[in-house]
Every structure is written in structure tokens, then in C-alpha cells.
Design a binder for this molecule. Structure first.
Ligand SMILES: C[S@@+](CC[C@H](N)C(=O)[O-])C[C@H]1O[C@@H](n2cnc3c(N)ncnc32)[C@H](O)[C@@H]1O
Length: 234
């Protein structure tokens, strides 16, 4: 998948060049390109923003650099699905990320300051919010979107590790332990040391259901209504 990001602060994106997302790029599963919005501004000062009509504090991104930037990006990525990061967008979740992995390519526009000239929305396919709070800019939301999508792309992680992750089948993940078996008098549950794979699998799913019921009753209700039931609940 190719993802292009248009931002006024391209230097913010360093976290996308480490760990799993870096490896996805090395394996050519993800092709990531960050574009500097300022490169599409004109005039001596390369101004990308201006004061809002009607008054008020804060600066607003002008249409022109964004339209020009998107035109240039579209030449390289003609099928890019255009996402605008916005607190007014549809709330991002695992299901949205799964849907976005089906897109051929993606282009993300990062807002900043007070926001973006409303006319930019005419070239946007989808507005996405990562939560009901206000961030300084769309750079963190863009990174959240890229990270969440990339780890779902085939070949990035082992399929087995995605199968039981939180939010898959409306459940939270089960708890996990590693060596040593006893630490400060706290023991790893015996069942996990039993070697009985069938029983271990059933125990894990049971724990997953219990944890979801306690921590996320809203999700548990969806599980009860919609999910495939891997085991009978007691
Ligand atoms: C300071 S915010 C603008 C907030 C805007 N004045 C409002 O109250 O709705 C600047 C930019 O950050 C990004 N942003 C802020 N919070 C966000 C969120 N929760 N989800 C997605 N993008 C967000 C958007 O791109 C937005 O244009």
C-alpha cells in the first residue's frame, strides 16, 4: 500500500521510521511519502495560512497549497483515498482500520492551527477523528491511522498474532505472562503450564470474555449480540 501524508510539519513523523512500520517499508509492503505543505505555497513568505473570515483567534490553512499539494500527490498516487484528519470526522476504530486496508492507496491531509478552509472538504473522501479531544495538529492522528493500518497489511505481522487481538470478534485480548513462572510470589496460572493446548485455548477465550465484560461492557454487549461464539459461556 502507498500512503502519502501532506503536512506543514513533516519532521514530526520520525516514529513511522522505527520498529514494525519501518520493517513494513523495508519489505515494500508500505510505501510512505511525507509531503511538506509549504512546498505548495507561493509568494516570498510561502504562507500556508491566513486569518479567519468573520474574525476570531487562530490561523486557517488556505485552500491553494492544499489543492496544489493534492494535485501533485494524485499524479504519483492517482487512486489515493483522501482522508482529512478532523475532530469532526467519523471516530476511528479497528473496524475502520480494517476497511482502510482494502483501499489500494491512501492520502492523508493534516490540519493545524484553527483548522482548514472549508472548501478543502470538496476534495476529501472521508473525515476521520481519532477521539473526542483536540490535538494541536493532524500529524499524530495521521500516525495513528498509518500505524493501525500497516500492522494489518498481509506480511507485516504473523496472522496468528492478529487473530485474537483486542477488538477482533468484539473481545479484548486475554492476559499474558512470560518467564519466570514465579515472581515476587506471583505465579503464572497453572493451566498455561499444563501443555494441554485445547484446554489452554478455551481458558484464554474464557478470560477474554470475562475481561471484556468487566472492562468494556459496551463491547461485551456487541459480542453477545453479534459475535461468533467460540465457546459456551458459563
Ligand atoms: C487545533 S485542531 C482544530 C480544532 C478545530 N478548531 C475544532 O475545534 O474543531 C487543528 C487540526 O488538528 C487535527 N486534529 C485535532 N484533533 C483531532 C482529532 N481528535 N482527530 C483528528 N484530527 C484532529 C485536525 O487536522 C485539525 O484541523
Amino acid at each position: 500500500m502507498r500512503i502519502d501524508i501532506l503536512s506543514i510539519f513533516p519532521e514530526i513523523f520520525t516514529p513511522l521510521y522505527s520498529s514494525i512500520i519501518k520493517r513494513a517499508q523495508e519489505k515494500n509492503i508500505l510505501c510512505l511519502k511525507i509531503w511538506n505543505l509549504r512546498d505548495f505555497a507561493t509568494g516570498k513568505h510561502k504562507k500556508t495560512d491566513d486569518q479567519p473570515y468573520g474574525g476570531g483567534k487562530g490561523m486557517v490553512f488556505k485552500c491553494s497549497p492544499i489543492f496544489k499539494g493534492i494535485k501533485k500527490i494524485k499524479q504519483k498516487n492517482p487512486e489515493g483515498w483522501i482522508i482529512l484528519t478532523s475532530p469532526q470526522g467519523k471516530l476511528f476504530n479497528q473496524k475502520t482500520a480494517e476497511k482502510l486496508t482494502k483501499k489500494k492507496n491512501i492520502i492523508i491531509i493534516c490540519g493545524h492551527y484553527e483548522g482548514i478552509d472549508e472548501r478543502v472538504k470538496t476534495i476529501v473522501d472521508e473525515e476521520i477523528s481519532i477521539g473526542d479531544y483536540i490535538l494541536t495538529g493532524g500529524e499524530l492522528p495521521a500516525m495513528v491511522i498509518v500505524d493501525t493500518i500497516t500492522r494489518l497489511l498481509p506480511g507485516v505481522l504473523q496472522e496468528e498474532s492478529l487473530k485474537h487481538e483486542s477488538f477482533t470478534n468484539y473481545l479484548l485480548d486475554w492476559p499474558c505472562w512470560t518467564r519466570p513462572q514465579v515472581y515476587k510470589n506471583m505465579r503464572v496460572p497453572k493451566i498455561l503450564l499444563s501443555g494441554d493446548h485445547k484446554k489452554i485455548e478455551q481458558w484464554k477465550i474464557k478470560k477474554s470474555i470475562e475481561i471484556t465484560k468487566i472492562k468494556r461492557p459496551d463491547l461485551y454487549r456487541l459480542y453477545s449480540k453479534n459475535a461468533e461464539k467460540p465457546i459456551k459461556e458459563s
